[in-house]
Ligand binder design. Structure first.
Ligand code: URA
Length: 197
């Protein structure tokens, strides 16, 4: 599949999906091919508004860590496991509606299985860094990020190295010093692994 074909396929999946609420879709961003591919969960509001992954609050955190190991955003490819924004719409007491993000459901991740596989083929990375549990479960046999973060694995099916990391938004709900240290250490380990590629 070409980038254009991937785009039309994502658009078609988005437009035909009626089972739950969604609020726009985006594509991946960055060079093709590219040795380093980061895979996130799903876009949020800012991502859909700007048409790019990781440009909201979590994206800013992500980019500052990326820069801290000497890599610029322009030098990596970034994409998601689910390409549309999964949303929840609620009626508030005063009759207004509120829209918030929700995690993508299993069937929504499956809708994009082929798309992510095709993007990986096109990008042809040396290493895939999964951010959080959603891409981890989609691309590896691990069940939880806690058991495997900060280490390099080889995925035989994909023929690629995988480096699981916590999602950058974890930092906004886990304020413990212990977690911050583990997260910092994972970035240092990633820097080390990248230098060996
Ligand atoms: N979080 C993600 O997982 N993906 C994005 O694109 C933005 C935030």
């Amino acid at each position: 599949m070409s980038v254009d074909e991937i785009h039309s396929k994502i658009k078609e999946i988005y437009e035909n999906y009626k089972e739950d609420s969604t609020g726009g879709y985006i594509l991946g961003d960055g060079p093709i091919p590219c040795p380093i591919l980061f895979v996130g969960e799903a876009p949020g509001k800012t991502e859909v508004e700007e048409g790019k992954p990781f440009v909201g609050v979590a994206g800013k955190t992500f980019e500052s860590y990326l820069n801290s190991i000497g890599i610029k955003r322009e030098d990596i490819r970034l994409t998601n496991t689910c390409f549309f924004r999964p949303i929840k719409i609620k009626e508030t007491k005063n009759g207004k509606t509120s829209v918030s993000n929700r995690p993508p459901k299993k069937n929504e991740i499956e809708l994009f299985r082929h798309i992510l596989d095709e993007e990986i083929k096109l990008v042809n990375p040396k290493i895939i860094i999964t951010l959080g549990n959603v891409p981890l479960k989609r691309l590896t046999e691990f069940n939880s990020i806690g058991e495997c973060h900060g280490k390099l694995y080889f995925n035989k099916d994909l023929g690629k190295y995988i480096f699981p990391m916590y999602h950058p938004s974890s930092l906004t709900y886990n304020h413990s010093e212990e977690f911050k240290k583990a997260y910092n250490d994972d970035w240092s380990k990633l820097k080390e692994e990248l230098s060996k590629l």
